[in-house]
Every structure is written in structure tokens, then in C-alpha cells.
Design a protein around this ligand. Sequence first.
Ligand code: 5GP
Length: 202
Amino acid sequence: MSKGTVFIISGPSGSGKDTIMSALFQRHPEIKLSISSITREMRVGEVEGEKYHFISREEFEEQLKNDEFLEHNLFVDNYYGTPKKPVIDCVESGKDIILEIDVNGAAQVREKLPEAVSIFIMPPSYEELRRRLIGRGTDALEVIEKRLASSLGEIGRAFEYDYIVKNDIVDRCVDDIIHIIISHRLSCENQKNLIDEVLNKC
Ligand code: 5GP
């Protein structure tokens, strides 16, 4: 059995990642999502264990000390981290998994898993990004300004990614991401089993 692939998806706060992700998982429910552990307050509408595990700073630091994270980052005063074991188990069982993480986390994962495939979701413009962050109404203005500043830094690092997908039309953006995932699955590297399978039946 061939291993699954780790797909990293990043994009600044307000780039529309959540909408894209839910459309993606609806169309490809076989792909797993890595559930990050984070220390920020739960927002209205968020559910424990759906996208995030909401843990205390002390718990996070304890897990960090025990080397339980594949990567982690401090983002706008809160810790965000990818628990290592579920990712490794998923890939070993032949399933693909998506890590929806920021640029710093992505760089750490590339170091540890160079075979991971990374995709950056680009907002159509800075103005649109600002409009979306304010419109979503989940954060205080001061936090929005911090998130916008961080977004500019993230966009400047988009060249570190294997692919950049612009999110101007959600459906097209999801199609583009699915094409990347499918073409990766069809790559020669991932089809070695198929060659053996056909040859063994000769
Ligand atoms: P939010 O607070 O808006 O849910 O997420 C803020 C940022 O943290 C987003 O850019 C998101 O991609 C990133 N993020 C979410 N989970 C993780 C994680 O486990 N590790 C890292 N490095 N970033 C994460």
C-alpha cells in the first residue's frame, strides 16, 4: 500500500480558507483534516474538535515539551500547533491529509517532510482581504489590524509554496486545489504500486 500525502494549505486570515475547505471536504470526504491544537478563545459557532482542539497555554506548553507537535507557531499572541501522531498515522494508513496552517508552520513541515505538497491561497487583493476581515465581525479592530499586518508578511512568502491558487471565485479555487491533489495522486512516484500490480499479473 502506498502512503498518503500531506497537503499543506496556507493563506492569510480572510483569504476565504474556511469556505474553500468545507467545499473541498464536501467533494472529497476521503481526505482527512488535521485538527490543530490552539490556545485562542473559541469563536461563536466554533465546535471543539471540529477544526481545532481548544486547550490552555499550560497544556500546549506541556505537549510542546513532550515533542508532540509536528510544527507550531505563535500567531497574534496565541499558540497554534499540529499534533504529530494523527498526521503520521493517517499517512501511514495510505490516506491523504490536509494541514491548514500558516507560513511559519508550513516551513517547519517542509523541513521534516520534504515530500509534503504545499498550496498557498491568494486573496484577490489587499482591499478584499480587509473587507472580509472586517465583514466577518469576529475580531476586535485591534486584532484585525494585527491580522492584516501578518497577512502582508504571509503573502510575501507565497513563493515558498509549490502552488499558488487565487481565490476570486470560490468554485474555481476549489477546482484548482482538487486538480493539484488529483495530479499528485496520479504522479509516477505515487503509482509505483500500479506498475508492480500490472507486471505481477503477467
Ligand atoms: P484563526 O485564528 O483565524 O482560526 O487562524 C489563524 C491562523 O492560524 C491561520 O492562518 C491558520 O491557517 C493558522 N493555523 C491554524 N492552525 C494552525 C496550526 O496548527 N499551526 C500553524 N502554524 N498555524 C495554524
